[in-house]
Design a protein around this ligand. Structure first.
Ligand SMILES: Nc1ncnc2c1ncn2[C@@H]1O[C@H](COP(=O)(O)OP(=O)(O)OP(=O)(O)O)[C@@H](O)[C@H]1O
Length: 683
């Protein structure tokens, strides 16, 4: 049930944007002001600030614990009548969908271009060039409607994995395919499905293809990619993923889709309770498993087994031909575990002669390929990373990683994806980086699905932005022009390193991956290098600049810790107050105004004092941030001292200067790493 924490403004027009908060202890004046606060009356700048503020909250707040201030009364709270914000948001979302969705039962089957109900996703960029020569695809017999789509997408010729698998796939073979990250595997299994649909003459109502992916974002991205490819084909592609409204996903499954892209958990939830959907699985002509090795990890395998069982009970008639199965990944059949778990003697004995449950052999046996020997196409390098990937490392102490990261972000602006090993790290880093004016977004599995998609979109659309993510973003996400991937901690396995790094250097573009290595991680790092069979060069770091930036980072951390502590205390007090009220106990006024000091005792510090302290620290940080940092040996006072002759021009040429360190010319981290690697090899 909701606590007595009150929300000041709730904007129903936009489906639940909560703009201001106040504590339950708010004094009378605050309460009065809250009543006169207009619902939404913000100018654009304010609105952006509010939105930013909202985002900060969004990741950490449990909306089921909040209620509307206008609706709150002690009586309603006692009788359990209050509706939480969480419930309101869920029903507002469902209602919006009700209104915007077309009921497929009343309409003819939707075509590729009329499914605006499917409103979330990542549109694929269109670069139509009327003169683009796509004849390289013709030798594979690719349908003319698909050739037109390839022209629109600017794909003049197939990538290596596409050219090696298409002839086999189009002639009906099952395929096990491995190719580096960002090499176009989606179309390697997507084109054969769309080709079949384009050539089909008779009317078809059951789905033709099923594509399984390990994450929701990847499913939506694959759906968008295939939608872009099917713009001239009457093919309907839908995504069935967890975290989206169930009624909407039911409508999608009822809308006679041609291709279903799904995460196994949600798909099995829906299919296992509905015979019509189960029949969908039995009639599919193509099954594709993307990121197959990830599918074997705990959390997916149980549902996968059920889905495979249903697919294997095929109802395809002989005239329709056999089912085709495609299994793809960048790290397929490569054992890259840093700490592999050994099976117990008992398990070994029990499974004698059978593949180990959860192993790739087990998966291959369970999908029951219809070909006795599927075509095996492996075009990966020995370490499975992309050929165009440049790798480097930064050595530093664990508690200095924030300062080094901040240094990298201000020194080398661009689109940077930072991977961390825990959700707690994301929750800690987001507010700190925001305090430092870094344009940062978060992504992890405990975030609301809509917020996850929104953050990926914002990162995708912003040239100079940072996404701090857990490994939900490691596989498959295809965000154009990610300049840098930073492994803030050493990934837990070699394949994760490959997939995380693969978010950059995609589609033949170059990209840089940097691993931050603390002394405690050295052992794991060496193991990783041994497994990948490579030696990763040090990335050059200007220690003087790190030193100058460190005080900002320390102060931001201090502010965040203090704010976090204040929020925690306020939450605890509310909890005590609520329970005391329920039990009719009067709380000591000292208790309500005191807080734990750093030594575990009670300090007579009021909330007001703490707030004031935080405000003054913030003001100090803002002063620091407003100051530009000069490079070594340069004084801001004597700009024309002659140390650097073109300094004045540099400072005035805004296109070429670094926002925080204007004396440095914009430099590319990728080029810096390449120079370092080249000099190492020439020695
Ligand atoms: N033939 C092609 N020519 C040019 N670009 C292509 C071609 N095929 C695909 N692409 C583009 O390459 C990018 C990577 O494709 P895709 O996401 O399918 O890679 P992937 O191999 O599945 O990567 P990952 O292993 O990370 O999932 C996409 O942006 C896609 O649009």
């Amino acid at each position: 049930m909701a606590h007595a924490i009150r929300v000041r403004v709730y904007d129903e027009d936009t489906g639940g944007r909560i703009l201001k908060f106040c504590k339950p202890q708010a004094n009378k004046r605050d309460k009065k002001r809250s009543k006169v606060t207009p619902k939404v009356d913000l100018d654009e700048d304010e609105e952006e600030d509010e939105e930013e503020e909202l985002d900060n909250f969004y990741d950490t707040v449990n909306w089921d614990e909040f209620v509307l201030v206008d609706e709150y009364s002690e009586e309603k709270a006692a009788s359990g009548e209050l509706v939480s914000i969480g419930e309101r948001l869920r029903s507002a979302e469902a209602e919006t969908e009700e209104v915007s969705d077309v009921d497929p039962m009343d309409d003819p089957p939707a075509q590729a271009d009329d499914d605006d109900e499917d409103d979330v996703g990542y549109p694929v960029e269109d670069v139509e060039d009327p003169d683009l020569d796509v004849s390289a695809w013709e030798v594979y017999g690719v349908h003319s409607d698909l050739l037109r789509a390839l022209k629109h997408l600017g794909f003049s010729s197939p990538t290596e994995i596409q050219s090696k698998t298409l002839p086999q796939a189009l002639s009906g073979r099952d395929i096990i395919g491995a190719a580096e990250t960002g090499s176009g595997k989606t179309l390697a299994f997507g084109i054969p499905m769309l080709q079949h649909i384009s050539k089909r003459r008779e009317k078809w109502t059951a789905p033709t293809g099923l594509i399984l992916t390990p994450t929701r974002e990847l499913a939506i991205q694959v759906k968008d990619h295939l939608k872009a490819m099917s713009r001239f084909v009457r093919a309907r592609v839908v995504a069935i993923v967890g975290g989206m409204s169930l009624p909407k996903q039911e409508r999608l499954l009822n809308s006679q889709p041609d291709i279903i892209v799904a995460t196994p958990g949600r798909l099995w939830d829906m299919v296992s309770t509905n015979d019509a959907y189960l029949n969908h699985l039995r009639s599919i002509k193509f099954l594709a498993i993307d990121e197959a090795d990830r599918m074997l990890e705990p959390g997916h395998f149980k549902e996968l087994k059920f889905i495979f069982k249903a697919v294997n009970e095929t109802t395809l008639q002989p005239r329709e031909g056999k089912r085709q199965t495609f299994v793809f990944s960048a790290t397929l059949l490569k054992d890259m575990q840093l700490n592999p778990r050994k099976p117990s003697q008992k398990a070994l004995k029990r499974n004698q002669g059978k593949p180990r449950p959860g192993s790739m052999e087990d998966l291959i046996e369970r999908v029951s390929f219809q070909d006795k020997k599927p075509a095996y196409v492996d075009v990966t390098q020995s370490d499975a990373t992309a050929r165009t990937l440049v790798e480097a490392r930064i050595d530093c102490l664990a508690n200095e990683k924030d300062a080094y990261l901040y240094y990298f972000l201000v020194r080398y602006p661009g689109r940077t994806l930072v991977f961390v090993n825990s959700i707690d790290s994301i929750r800690r880093m987001l507010p700190m980086l925001r305090l430092l004016n870094v344009n940062v977004f978060g992504l992890h599995a405990q975030m609301e699905q809509r917020q996850r998609l929104k953050n990926v979109d914002r990162f995708r659309d912003t040239e100079n932005a940072v996404l701090v993510a857990s490994d939900v973003a490691a596989r498959g996400l295809d965000i154009p022009r990610v300049d840098h991937v930073i492994h803030y901690q050493i990934p837990r396995s070699g394949d994760l390193y490959v997939h995380r790094s693969g978010r950059t250097a995609r589609a033949c573009q170059e990209g840089l991956a940097i691993m931050m290595v603390s002394p405690e991680e050295r052992k794991l790092y060496y193991k990783m290098c041994e497994m990948l069979d490579k030696d990763i060069s040090l990335f050059p770091v200007d220690l003087d600049l790190v030193g100058r930036l460190r005080p900002r980072v320390d102060l931001a951390r201090e502010i965040d810790l203090k704010e976090h502590k204040m929020n925690k205390e306020s939450h605890e007090k509310n909890w005590f107050k609520k329970n005391a009220e329920e039990m009719d106990i009067e709380l000591d006024s000292d208790f309500m105004s005191s807080s734990d000091d750093e030594y575990g005792g009670k300090a007579p510090q009021t909330e007001k004092h703490q707030k004031q302290l935080v405000q003054s620290l913030k003001a100090r940080l803002n002063q620091m941030l407003a100051k530009k940092i000069m490079g070594r040996g340069i004084s801001a006072r004597y700009l024309s001292s002659g140390l650097i002759s073109d300094l004045a021009e540099r400072l005035t040429d805004t296109s070429n200067t670094n926002a925080v360190i204007p004396t440095l010319l914009k430099e590319s981290a990728l080029e810096t790493a390449k120079v370092k690697i080249a000099s190492k090899h020439s020695r």
